[in-house]
Write a protein that binds this ligand. Structure first.
Ligand SMILES: [Zn+2]
Length: 297
């Protein structure tokens, strides 16, 4: 049995799963990072034990930035006062068990490879399009971490030299142009509005023939295709899996995205690149943590 912990900015999910990655029990609670790392880590350990299934190892998916070599949380923007917190060692000390940690996007990529839409891929590119745009790359079933664990952050490739400022400090990143909030901002600017608007509203209105939403959606998909197309051109993956909230639009995203990729990518045979939606939607976090804790497939 594997313990799993998904640490997000607003909530923490804990779970236990069997050796096949099937969820046996789970729980969640608000992170409230302002109470400090010790209190949060103590609650994680207590809630995991309270699930009532003895586990032998723990996988953790966590918001970044992380130092993966040392198992540290560096200083996430929404975690005031957290700086180089030794999450892995602190959890190991509290639980008396080995803990494996990775960032949430890599964890979700690993979950798609081991338990989802990426199974059997030789080179897998996973992209999550949500509040941000992140991703993970697996080659022969192994995550590519790179220097400082920075591989797969293709949301932060520059696409427009003087484009909108991105949360990372750069301008014109893919994330600043085609993430959920970027799509909503573009729709608003163009005069399209819905109560509690999210990117799905834009996709649906576009499909229903709304010309303003149609143009905004078309532009967002095109810029996503440029960004993903660059990654495909670089890696020639046999599988691309798209997850995150914006991917909930399903075929409204996938169909035009495939068309644009076929147009943009000239050096890789796109008929041999299988572009799919992720198997794990809203539960990508906990399954990511489970996948991190599972032994290599
Ligand atoms: Zn950026």
């Amino acid at each position: 049995v594997i313990g799993a912990v998904d640490v997000g900015g607003t909530k923490v999910a804990v779970g236990v799963a069997d050796a096949q990655g099937r969820l046996l029990a789970q729980d969640r609670f608000p992170t409230r990072p302002e109470r400090g790392p010790d209190a949060v880590i103590a609650e994680i350990a207590d809630r995991l034990r309270a699930l009532g299934h003895p586990f032998t190892t723990v996988g953790v998916g966590c918001v970044g930035p992380l130092d993966l070599d040392e198992g540290l949380i560096l200083s996430p923007p929404n975690f005031p006062g957290w700086d180089r917190v030794p999450l892995r060692r602190a959890l190991e000390a509290r639980l008396g068990l080995p803990v494996v940690i990775d960032n949430d996007a890599n964890a979700a990529a690993l979950a798609e490879y081991k338990l989802g839409a990426g199974q059997g891929a030789k080179i897998l590119v996973y992209a999550t399009v949500s509040t941000g745009i992140g991703g993970g790359i697996l080659v022969d079933g192994k995550l590519v971490h790179g220097v400082g664990g920075g591989a797969g952050e293709f949301g932060h490739q520059t696409l427009v030299p003087d484009g909108p400022r991105c949360g990372c400090g750069n301008h014109g990143c893919l994330e600043a142009l085609a993430s959920g909030p970027a799509i909503v901002a573009a729709a608003r600017k163009a005069g399209f509005e819905r109560p509690d608007m999210h990117a799905g509203h834009v996709a649906e209105a576009a499909a229903a023939g709304d010309p303003i939403a149609g143009k905004v959606w078309e532009d967002a998909v095109e810029v996503l295709a440029i960004g993903l197309g660059n990654v495909i051109t670089t890696l020639a993956p046999d599988r691309v899996v798209i997850g995150g909230g914006v991917a909930q639009a399903g075929d409204l995203l996938l169909r035009p995205l495939r068309e644009a990729l076929a147009r943009r990518v000239r050096m890789v045979p796109m008929d041999r690149v299988d572009v799919r939606l992720a198997a794990h939607g809203a539960d990508a976090g906990i399954f990511g943590a489970i996948a991190v804790g599972l032994p290599r497939a």
